[in-house]
Design a binder for this molecule. Structure first.
Ligand SMILES: [Zn+2]
Length: 101
C-alpha cells in the first residue's frame, strides 16, 4: 500500500493520508494502534482504507490509525481554515467563469 505523509496545517504534526474505501483521503496520525473493532468510542482507519468504530486495546485483533481530526490540538482552527479554503476556491471558480464568458 502507498503511504502518503503530510503535515497538518494547523498544528504542524506529521500526518498519514489514507484513502478510505469510499474514496476519501483521511488524515490520520502516523502511529499505528491496535484496537478491537465492533463498536466503541473511537474511529479507526485500517491500512487498506476500512473505517471501523472500535476500542483501543494492546492485544486488539486489528491494526489501524486514528483520524488526526480527533486528536489535533488545533482542530477548531483547522476546520475554520478549511472553510476559508473552500471560500477561496469558490471565489476562484467564480472569477474563472467570469473570464470565460
Ligand atoms: Zn493538527
Amino acid at each position: 500500500m502507498d503511504f502518503n505523509f503530510g503535515t497538518c496545517r494547523a498544528c504542524g504534526y506529521r500526518m498519514l493520508w489514507i484513502r478510505t474505501k469510499n474514496g476519501k483521503n483521511m488524515p490520520c496520525n502516523p502511529e499505528a494502534v491496535r484496537f478491537t473493532p465492533g463498536g466503541g468510542p473511537e474511529t479507526f482507519v485500517t491500512g487498506d482504507g476500512k473505517v471501523e468504530r472500535g476500542r483501543r486495546a494492546k492485544d486488539g485483533s486489528t491494526v489501524g490509525y486514528i483520524s488526526h481530526f480527533a486528536t489535533c490540538p488545533q482542530a477548531d482552527r483547522f476546520r475554520k481554515r478549511d472553510q476559508e479554503d473552500d471560500y477561496d476556491q469558490k471565489r476562484h471558480t467564480g472569477l474563472l467563469e467570469e473570464g470565460e464568458s
